[in-house]
Ligand binder design. Structure first.
Ligand code: FES
Length: 364
């Protein structure tokens, strides 16, 4: 009897501690920054590989496979900017993090890093963050990556191999040059690699074309865990088709949501926007030229935090930033009804507004 009471008390303490952690420590942890050193920089086509370590060789904060770092820097015009990059390195070691940056034509930070990053530079970044990670269990693991989406899945593949699980990586890229980590992936033990090229060069003996759910189901079956890091539309279609085939354990790292096909009005600080064709409330507000601070558009920087006054919405991206009651990140939600918001900037303005001095009542 007392054993049971003791066990239940321990459980209650655990839940209480967990609650306190989320409530008090998580917002603090999000705000912490790391000054790391680039000890290796490698350019490969449109990709930049970065290896980051502590400048004095100290151990780095522990990361979970699938997590990312937020890098803080400046764009080519010198304006502050931050972006999230998944950790590709084996998270069982804490000596370095490896990141891969794709030089997007209009990428503010990626272009600056691609053009300027050199070994021994110092970079400012967040602690590892994000909730995309390998689920426990012994079920086979099927990882589905497209392009630079390989980065979190590589770290997850290494973890799953260590757990002696059956691991398959289906990797979509345009051509062989775009298959990142290809030589290393081919050498991994106890691991099945299925590269799939949409525009293969002559002589490519592997799979050509696009990944489809039939192929994935053949590789994993109904009981496998499927992890996706691809474009939103591709992921949505594959998950939908897999569920029709009978596979229901699907998890994804959303880069961005699919565009909304419903029209809902969004009102913020007296401005109007509409959700039709937009990937998030933030995109709708930007399209309607509503003034709002933002940066990463991916739930990491926290600049687009707003307060919901009324209306319903759905979460389309994971927020890696703590939000208080009634607060949401505009880049992470889509409305499911008419939505009324206030910007925290506007609230701060109200608080900052100087209070008029008290005046003595005029004598009657
Ligand atoms: S723009 Fe960075 S969290 Fe929304």
């Amino acid at each position: 009897m007392w054993d049971l009471v003791f066990a239940l008390s321990l459980l209650a303490l655990f839940w209480l501690g967990r609650g306190l952690w989320w409530h008090w420590y998580e917002p603090y942890a999000e705000a912490r920054r790391l000054n790391l050193q680039l000890y290796r920089v490698k350019r490969q086509g449109a990709y930049l590989k970065l290896w980051l370590r502590h400048p004095e060789g100290a151990l780095l904060p522990k990361a979970r496979a699938g997590q990312h770092l937020l890098l803080y820097g400046t764009d080519l015009a010198g304006k502050a900017v931050s972006r999230a990059y998944s950790i590709a390195s084996d998270c069982s070691q804490r000596r370095y993090y490896q990141l891969v940056v794709k030089a997007e034509p209009d990428g503010r930070l990626s272009q600056a890093l691609f053009q300027k990053a050199e070994a021994l530079d110092t970079v400012l970044c967040s602690y590892p963050r994000g909730h995309f990670s390998l689920k426990p269990g012994r079920a086979p693991v099927v990882l589905v990556a497209a392009g630079v989406g390989i980065t979190p899945l590589l770290a997850m593949a290494l973890q799953a191999i260590r757990q002696r699980r059956q691991v398959t990586l289906v990797y979509q890229a345009r051509n062989q040059a775009d298959l990142l980590f290809y030589p290393m992936l081919r050498r991994l033990p106890a691991f099945t690699l299925v590269p799939c090229l949409s525009q293969p060069e002559a002589g490519w003996a592997g799979r050509a074309g696009r990944i489809d759910a039939g192929l994935l189901f053949k590789l994993g079956g109904a009981f496998a865990q499927y992890y996706f890091c691809c474009k939103a539309l591709m992921t949505e279609k594959l998950i939908c088709d897999l569920s029709i085939l009978g596979a229901h354990q699907c998890f994804n790292e959303p880069f961005s949501a699919a565009a909304s096909i419903q029209s809902f009005s969004i009102e913020m600080d007296g401005h109007q926007a509409d959700s039709m064709g937009q990937r998030s409330v933030l995109d709708a507000l930007i399209a309607a030229s509503v003034p709002l601070s933002y940066d990463c558009k991916g739930g990491s920087c926290g600049l687009c935090k707003v307060r919901v006054v009324s209306g319903e919405y759905k979460q389309v991206l994971d927020a890696a930033v703590h939000c208080g009651d009634d607060e949401v990140l505009a880049c992470c939600i889509q409305p499911t009804s008419a939505l009324v918001l206030t910007s925290l900037d506007a609230e701060a303005e109200v608080v900052r507004e100087p209070v008029p001095p008290l005046t003595k009542a005029e004598p009657a």
